[in-house]
Design a protein around this ligand. Structure first.
Ligand code: UDP
Ligand code: MG
Length: 313
C-alpha cells in the first residue's frame, strides 16, 4: 500500500495539536488503500508542544516527531519534514486546521487518476484576517508576479500534496533563505489548484507578526528576482542623464550671462533628492549582498534536538 506522509510544522501549538490529530485521524480513517505517516516538526516551541508530541507518538506508531534546538522558522520546519518523510506522497498541513483534511480524498484522486504531480490549495477570501494584512498580502502577490518569472497564486497555502518525484526535487533546493511558495512554482510539474473558503484557526493565535511577514516578503522577492537591482541601475541612468543636461545648461548659461549667484535652495533640494535615491540603491544592493553572504556560509537549515526516529541525512 502507498504511504502518505503528513508533514506538520508546529510552533507553540499546544492548544491545537490534540484537536488537529483527532480531526485528521477521523478524515484519514475514511481513506482506504493508503497508509499514513505523521511527521511533526516542533520548531523550537516554548510551550508543551513537544510533550504532547511525545505522548501522541507513544500511542500511535505512525507518528514521527522532530524537535528543533530553537525556532528556525516554518520554512526550515517544512524542509526538515520533507527530508524525513518516507511516503510515496507528502502533504504539508498547518497544525491549526486551517488546511482542511477533508480535502485529502479529492487531492489524492487528482494525482492518482487525473495525471497531476501536485495538488495545491488556495483560499478564495481572507475572512478573519486583519484588513491591513490582507491589503499588503495582495500587493505583495501582485508585485512578485509582475517582477519575477514565477507565478504565485494570490491566497496560495502551503497545503499541498506532492508525489515523491516532486518531494525529491524540492529537497535538491538547499538554499538557506527559503521561500517555498516560489520554489513550488519554480520546480515545475503539473499542478492542480483547489479553492476553498478560508477557515479560522481552531485554537491558539497566529505565529506570524506583521514584521515577520514583511521580512518573509522581502525574502521572496530577493530569492526570485533581481529586478530591484535593475530598478536601481535605471534610476542611476535617469539621474545621470538629467545631470548631464543640467550641466550643459549651467555651463552655457555661465558663458552667455556671466556668473549669476543664487539657486541655493535648488542645489540643496537636488543634493538631498539624489543622495536619498543613492542610499536606497545602496540599500537594495546591500539586501542582495547580505543574502549572498548568508548563503555562502552554507549553514544548516536546522538542528534536531530530539526525535523518536534516527534522522536520515
Ligand atoms: N509555524 C512554524 N514556525 C514558525 C511559525 C509558524 O512552524 O516560526 C507553523 C505553525 O505552528 C502553524 C503553521 O506554521 O502550524 C502556520 O502558522 P500560523 O497558523 O501561525 O500562520 P497563519 O495561518 O496565521 O498564516
Ligand atoms: Mg494558521
Amino acid at each position: 500500500m502507498k504511504i502518505i506522509s503528513v508533514i506538520v510544522p508546529c510552533f507553540n501549538e499546544e492548544e491545537s495539536l490534540g484537536i488537529f490529530y483527532k480531526t485528521t485521524l477521523e478524515c484519514i480513517s475514511k481513506i482506504s488503500n493508503y497508509n499514513f505517516e505523521f511527521v511533526f516538526v516542533d520548531d523550537g516551541s516554548t510551550d508543551n508542544t513537544l510533550a504532547i508530541l511525545e505522548e501522541l507518538s507513544k500511542k500511535d506508531s505512525r507518528i514521527l516527531y522532530f524537535s528543533f534546538s530553537r525556532n528556525f522558522g516554518k520554512e526550515s520546519a517544512m524542509y526538515a519534514g520533507l527530508k524525513n518523510a518516507s511516503g510515496d506522497f507528502a502533504v504539508f498541513m498547518d497544525a491549526d486546521l486551517q488546511d482542511p483534511p477533508s480535502l485529502l480524498p479529492e487531492m489524492i484522486n487528482a494525482i492518482e487518476n487525473e495525471g497531476y504531480d501536485c495538488v495545491a490549495t488556495r483560499r478564495v477570501e481572507r475572512k478573519g484576517e486583519p484588513v491591513i494584512r490582507s491589503f499588503f498580502a495582495r500587493r505583495f502577490y501582485k508585485l512578485i508576479n509582475k517582477i519575477s518569472d514565477i507565478e504565485i497564486m494570490d491566497g496560495a497555502r502551503d497545503f499541498r500534496l506532492m508525489t515523491r518525484q516532486v518531494v525529491d526535487s524540492i529537497l535538491e533546493l538547499t538554499e538557506y533563505h527559503r521561500f517555498s511558495k516560489g520554489i513550488f512554482d519554480w520546480i515545475g510539474y503539473k499542478t492542480k489548484w483547489i479553492d476553498y473558503q478560508n477557515l479560522e484557526r481552531v485554537a491558539g493565535t497566529t505565529k506570524w507578526s506583521f514584521w515577520k511577514l514583511f521580512k518573509y516578503a522581502i525574502e521572496g522577492i530577493v530569492a526570485f528576482t533581481t529586478m530591484p537591482l535593475k530598478v536601481a541601475s535605471f534610476f542611476g541612468m535617469i539621474i545621470s542623464l538629467i545631470s548631464f543636461i543640467s550641466l550643459v545648461f549651467v555651463v552655457v548659461r555661465r558663458l552667455i550671462f556671466g556668473d549669476p549667484v543664487g539657486g541655493w535652495a535648488s542645489i540643496v533640494s537636488i543634493l538631498l533628492a539624489v543622495s536619498g535615491i543613492q542610499l536606497i540603491c545602496v540599500g537594495v544592493m546591500g539586501e542582495y549582498l547580505s543574502k549572498t553572504y548568508m548563503e555562502t556560509k552554507r549553514r544548516p537549515l536546522y538542528f534536531i534536538k530530539s526525535t523518536n526516529k534516527k534522522a536520515r541525512k
